[in-house]
Design a protein. Structure first.
Length: 190
């Protein structure tokens, strides 16, 4: 089922280099996929992120996360960056680290077998999954080498376009799985 026209128009972002211009379209997408009348709440979260690899100094960036809850249980989240960040290896590394840190901060509050999140850079996204059984996160982390420059978050990870048929199929499949886990969670609460 293709995205509705109003959603496609929302992703026709003016000034795409401005990260904040992407918050509205992704919020609209999440509210469309996770409606309030089904018990979901989309909540923006603002938190500082300290970049760990700044040569001794600290660089702080504020991270905006759109988090989907049901009964105060985190079900899905989105971390947003503008599209030009995809071309920068160190920014992709920071985005990957932010996703892994977000899982660490959320996993104590989940009651589901998995927690999904997507790292978006403009319309491109990388799907991350936390498996509660193994405590594993995919995609697997690539260790940072100390003696060479290695790409720990390859550009190819952001291999889905939210507006493409493939991207829509992937995202809708995850949403259906999240909704199924939410229904199971509701059965336990009731």
């Amino acid at each position: 089922m293709p995205w509705p026209p109003f959603l496609k128009r929302a992703f026709d972002v003016q000034h795409p280099a401005d990260e904040s211009r992407w918050y509205g379209p992704y919020n609209m997408l999440l509210v469309t996929l996770f409606p309030a009348d089904q018990g979901f709440m989309v909540s923006p979260q603002f938190s500082p992120y300290v970049f760990p690899h700044t040569g001794g100094g600290l660089s702080v960036n504020f991270v905006v996360v759109l988090l989907v809850f049901q009964h105060e249980v985190p079900m899905f989240f989105v971390e947003i960056k503008p599209p030009q960040h995809l071309a920068n290896m160190s920014i992709r590394e920071a985005a990957d680290a932010q996703m892994r840190e977000r899982f660490r901060s959320l996993t104590e509050n989940i009651n589901t077998p998995k927690l999904y999140g997507i790292s978006v850079m403009g319309p491109r996204f990388c799907l991350y999954t936390f498996d509660a059984t193994t405590s594993g996160i995919t995609p697997l982390a690539i260790p940072r080498a100390t003696d060479i420059v290695n790409d720990v978050a390859p550009k190819a990870r952001w291999d889905h376009d939210i507006l493409s048929d493939d991207g829509e199929v992937v995202l809708r499949g995850v949403v259906e799985e999240v909704k199924s886990m939410a229904a199971d969670l509701l059965d336990k609460v009731d």
